[in-house]
Structures are given as structure tokens and as C-alpha cells.
Design a protein around this ligand. Structure first.
Ligand SMILES: [Zn+2]
Length: 78
């Protein structure tokens, strides 16, 4: 049975998303604090920080972790 256009679109979107996000959740958890620090310090993001950022956009569970850290760390700074 040939794929419908919708199925093809879904597959393409899936492939596009996975190729763009080559960070694992473990890798993200390891570096997310560093990423928050870079963001708070307003420094430019290096390649590995860009990967974290892309992962956070795709992964709601790591985004929760990021938001919690961001809250905690910005509270410390004030
Ligand atoms: Zn994740």
C-alpha cells in the first residue's frame, strides 16, 4: 500500500526533527546547567550549547529541567 501524502509529510517532519536534534537526554542533563549559565551571562552559544538549545526545543522533559534550573539560577543572581 503506497503511503498517503499525510504519512509522507509526517515521516519527513520526523526525519527533519531527528537529524536536527542529535543530543540525547543524558547529554542534555549533563550540560543544561552550563547552558543556563551561558544564557544568563548572555554569552554567545558555542556549538555544543546550540545542540542543547535544539534538544530543549524538541524535548519537553528536558525543557522542564531547564526551566527549573533557570528559575533557581536567576533567583540566585538577583
Ligand atoms: Zn531530553
Amino acid at each position: 500500500m503506497p503511503l498517503s501524502k499525510n504519512q509522507i509529510d509526517t515521516l519527513l517532519a520526523f526525519v527533519a526533527e531527528t537529524t536536527e536534534d542529535d543530543m540525547s537526554c543524558d547529554g542534555c542533563f549533563e550540560h543544561v546547567a552550563q547552558f543556563v549559565e551561558a544564557e544568563l551571562a548572555d554569552t554567545s552559544l558555542c556549538e555544543s550549547m546550540q545542540k542543547i538549545k535544539r534538544h530543549l526545543q524538541n524535548c519537553p522533559c528536558c525543557r522542564d529541567e531547564y526551566n527549573a534550573l533557570l528559575d533557581a539560577m536567576s533567583a540566585l543572581k538577583v
